[in-house]
Design a protein around this ligand. Sequence first.
Ligand SMILES: Cc1cc2nc3c(=O)[nH]c(=O)nc-3n(C[C@H](O)[C@H](O)[C@H](O)COP(=O)(O)OP(=O)(O)OC[C@H]3O[C@@H](n4cnc5c(N)ncnc54)[C@H](O)[C@@H]3O)c2cc1C
Length: 416
Amino acid sequence: MRYSAWEVFRNGLTGNKAWKPVWRDPEPKQRYDVVIVGGGGHGLATAYYLARVHGIRNVAVLERGYIGGGNSGRNTTIIRANYMSTANVKFYSHCIKLWENLEQELNYNVMFSQRGLVALGHSDGQMEAMARRANFCQLEGDGGEVWSLEECRRQMPYLNYDDPRFPIYGAHWHPNGGTARHDAVVWGYARGADRLGVDIIQNCAVQGFRIEAGKVVGVETSRGFIGTTKVGMAVAGRSGEVAAMAGFRLPIESHVLQAFVTEGLKPVLPTVIGFGMGHFYISQSDKGGLVFGGDLDGYNSYAQRGNLPMMEHVAEAGMALMPMIGKSKLLRSWGGINDMTMDGSPIIDRSPVENFFINTGWCYGGFKAITGGGDAFAHLIATGNYHPAADKFTLKRFETGELIDETGAGPRPGRH
Ligand SMILES: Cc1cc2nc3c(=O)[nH]c(=O)nc-3n(C[C@H](O)[C@H](O)[C@H](O)COP(=O)(O)OP(=O)(O)OC[C@H]3O[C@@H](n4cnc5c(N)ncnc54)[C@H](O)[C@@H]3O)c2cc1C
């Protein structure tokens, strides 16, 4: 069924009884050409591009829970391309361009909103970095300018300018940044992949791999053995665990990141705002809730839940930046397990096991990369070559030391 205004009208007249399930619920087959492990945004987008771009349709996505139950359904949905290292600038700009056409391509409303992103600067050094970021964005055609303090006051009168712990010097305005509805992105890719013949199999945990002569030949799952020629792993915070099943280690640490949402408010925040000194970022959802987040918990964990100390820390940062937030009631908070690399940049590469490919290391920035990450991973799996927009995200860089250290924070995952 193709979604359209006509379908909404027609189904409205007939009691909304003719809508079809958005994807099938198939039993696993004995064998697939490609098995993708992980039904998050990256796994589903990879399956979609394998089928649509490369014509590989005998594909299964195996998800141990429900699709989008991982980070893809738990994030603060910020999309941006305001990076500075060449590899990241090229890749995230590619992602934004795919986002811009995603709804038409998938025939699905993912509520992509290029409402713009303001990255605040709080020192001369930060403002210099903002100017460089704006220049990088302009060079890639993603727009960008530097706002003075006066412009910030004009655009965002609700920020704390008069008694701040960290005075605002100005900002980088990134007009192509924004947000999308996280669940809708997952559902849209799932529907797109399903329509092209991909089997999306939920409640199917991968428990091991069958490897013969260094080559993967199948996947042991909670629903039995599935034979395959190629495996693509896209399991975010579980990457270390799943790689261990295949007998190799990754330079990944799993850390919890939390997000928060207030009660629904009238529109008060037209853009996304990032606080340069407090690691606090905020936007307003289409339902009206202020959605915000902060730092990692700071220790390794597989606990997919929030806790009170981080809630206090993030609330403090929010109050320091925009005291008006104190008047709203916090409705919910939650956590997701992030796959942190040592340089803060992702890995889209082969692994030490032949025909076993890895997509990981998204840290807390992988939602915006679902489009380009899926595209690049599918390209690698299908052709054996790196996608030109993602050819620097290799595993080998951690051996050679050619890190893509965007923030200059060194090999400390907790700092990226
Ligand atoms: C609180 C929070 C806020 C964030 N904010 C942003 C943001 O604003 N912008 C941004 O760009 N990014 C953000 N991120 C990061 C982003 O959400 C992730 O990088 C991205 O969603 C990763 O997608 P994924 O498909 O790789 O992983 P996931 O969506 O986590 O999917 C992985 C899937 O693999 C499944 N799985 C694991 N083990 C197995 C197994 N053995 N067998 C089968 N399936 C398995 C899991 O159940 C899961 O569904 C945030 C993350 C969090 C937690």
